[in-house]
Design a protein around this ligand. Structure first.
Ligand SMILES: *Cc1c(COP(=O)(O)O)cnc(C)c1O
Length: 417
C-alpha cells in the first residue's frame, strides 16, 4: 500500500489537470477535513466562479428589471446561445446540433415525440437492462400514449446470462431479433448502475441498418467520455447538466438533434415560442415558424440563474479540454483497478468493464453478500460515494477535482475495513 501512495503522489504531480481542483469547493467532513468526494456522477461539485456568475444575473435583474433581456452583461433573450458552443464541444457535436433547455426527462419526452413514431408494424422501443427508472417510465408512458402496450412494445437489452455485461454480440442479436419491429432504441450510455459505456457508433449503425431511430441518454456520459455525436450519428441525445458537468442541482439539460434532421421542420414536435424563428418571435404571430436546428425544440424562455451556473461550469470544461478529462478519467480508473486487484478481496467484485472503451469514470463495486456495512463505514470515514440497491457501491473519481492520492486513501480504507 505504501508504494500505491507514492505512485499516487507521483501521478498527481504529473497531472496537467491538477490545478483545476482548487477551483472547486470540496465538501468537509464533520471533523472539518476535506471529504473524499466520489459522487461527481450524481451531483458535480460547485466551482468557485459560480457564485459570481449567479450574482451577476441578480445584479442585472436588480438594476435593469425587464430591460435585462437586452441590457444584462449576458443578455437574457439569447442567454442559451452562450452555452451552445462549449456544450457542443463537450459532446462532439456541431453547435447547431445542440441546445441547452429544460431538464433531462422533459427532453427525453420531447425527443420521443419527434422520433418515436410507431405504427402497427414498427412499434417497439429498445432500452438497456437496468435503465435509469425515469427513462423507463418515460418510454413506457410514450408507448401507452400511442395506444400500444409495454408488455409487447418494450424490448430490454439483457446482459450475458449470469453477468452484468452487454457484449456487441448480444446487441447484434437483439437488433436481428426485433429489428423489423423496432421504432426506436433509447440507450443510456454510460449505464448508471454498471458503469458500462455502450458503443454509440456500433449501436447507431445497427439501429439505422434495421430502419430504427436511435437516441442516447448521456446523463452519465457528458463531461465524462470523449463523445463524437455528430460523427457517430445517433438521431438524438439528451443529458443533464448537474452530474459530470457540475452545473448545480437540477440545472438545465442538454439536447442534441443530428444535422440530418434539421431541414425537417415538419417533424412532429411539441412546440413553444422559444422554438419559433427568433427574428419574428416577438411579432407574436399565431403561426409557429420553427427555428432550424436543435433550437427549434425549445419551449420556454429559460431560467437564467441555473443557466448562469452552467455557463460558468462549461467555461472550466473549455479550459481543461475533454481529451485531457477523458485521459485522466481513464488513468484514475487504471489506478483504482490495480489497487483493487492487489487487495484480493473475495467479498467484492467490479462489475464495470475494464476495457478502456467500455467505461467512463464510474466504478460499480458489487458487494457479493449484499453487505451495505462496508458502504456505511466508508461514509463514516469521510468518503462520499453512493449505494445502489441491491448491492452496489458506486464511486466516480472525476478528472476535474479528484486526485490519485484520494484513491490511494480509499484503497487503504477498503483494506482496513
Ligand atoms: C440522472 C439521470 C436522470 C435524471 O433525470 P432528471 O430528469 O434530470 O431528473 C435520468 N436518466 C438518467 C440515465 C440519469 O442518469
Amino acid at each position: 500500500m505504501i508504494d500505491l501512495r507514492q505512485k499516487a503522489l507521483q501521478l498527481d504531480q504529473q497531472d496537467v489537470l491538477a490545478p483545476f481542483r482548487k477551483r472547486f469547493c470540496i465538501p468537509k467532513t464533520k471533523e472539518g477535513k476535506e471529504a473524499i468526494y466520489f459522487c461527481g456522477n450524481s451531483l458535480g461539485l460547485m466551482s468557485t466562479g459560480i457564485r459570481t456568475a449567479v450574482d451577476q444575473e441578480l445584479m442585472d435583474w436588480e438594476h435593469h428589471g425587464v430591460l435585462g433581456h437586452h441590457e444584462a452583461q449576458y443578455p437574457w433573450y439569447k442567454y442559451h446561445e452562450f452555452l451552445t458552443k462549449p456544450m457542443a464541444a463537450v459532446v462532439g457535436a456541431l453547435p447547431e446540433e445542440v441546445v441547452v433547455m429544460n431538464t433531462l426527462t422533459v427532453n427525453v419526452h420531447l425527443m420521443m415525440v419527434s422520433f418515436y413514431r410507431p405504427d402497427a408494424k414498427r412499434h417497439k422501443i429498445l432500452i438497456e437492462y437496468s435503465a435509469f427508472p425515469s427513462d423507463r417510465y418515460a418510454v413506457e408512458s410514450q408507448i401507452r400514449f400511442h395506444g400500444f402496450d409495454p408488455a409487447t412494445s418494450l424490448v430490454v437489452l439483457e446482459p450475458e446470462p449470469g453477468t452484468h455485461y452487454i457484449s456487441k454480440e448480444r446487441i447484434q442479436q437483439v437488433f436481428d431479433e426485433h429489428g423489423e419491429e423496432l421504432a426506436l432504441a433509447l440507450i443510456g450510455s454510460v449505464n448508471y448502475y454498471t458503469g458500462q459505456a455502450y458503443p454509440i457508433r456500433y449501436m447507431t449503425e445497427l439501429a439505422h441498418s434495421h430502419g430504427s431511430k436511435i437516441g442516447f441518454d448521456l446523463a452519465h456520459g457528458a463531461g465524462n467520455l470523449a463523445l463524437a455525436l455528430h460523427d457517430d450519428g445517433p438521431d438524438f441525445a439528451v443529458w443533464c447538466g448537474y452530474k459530470y458537468l457540475n452545473g448545480g442541482p437540477g440545472t438545465l439539460a442538454g439536447c442534441f438533434v443530428h444535422q440530418r434532421h434539421h431541414d425537417h421542420t415538419q417533424l412532429p414536435r411539441f412546440a413553444g415560442w422559444w422554438g419559433h424563428n427568433k427574428q419574428t418571435r416577438f411579432a407574436m404571430g399565431p403561426r409557429f415558424e420553427c427555428m432550424p436546428g436543435a433550437e427549434g425544440w425549445q419551449l420556454s424562455n429559460p431560467p437564467i440563474l441555473p443557466m448562469a451556473c452552467l455557463r460558468e461550469s462549461l467555461s472550466i470544461f473549455e479550459a481543461a479540454g475533454m481529451d485531457n478529462i477523458r485521459a485522466k478519467n481513464l488513468a484514475l480508473g487504471d489506478f483504482l483497478l490495480e489497487g483493487i486487484k492487489s487487495l484480493g478481496r473475495t467479498d467484492m467484485e467490479t462489475i464495470t468493464p475494464v476495457a478502456a472503451d467500455e467505461r467512463g469514470a464510474q466504478w460499480s463495486l458489487r458487494m457479493l453478500q449484499g453487505n451495505k456495512g462496508m458502504f456505511e463505514k466508508l461514509t463514516q470515514r469521510g468518503v462520499i460515494a453512493d449505494w445502489r440497491e441491491p448491492d452496489v457501491i458506486r464511486i466516480a473519481p472525476v478528472a476535474l477535482y479528484n486526485q490519485f492520492a484520494e484513491l490511494a486513501e480509499f484503497l487503504e480504507l477498503l483494506k482496513q475495513l
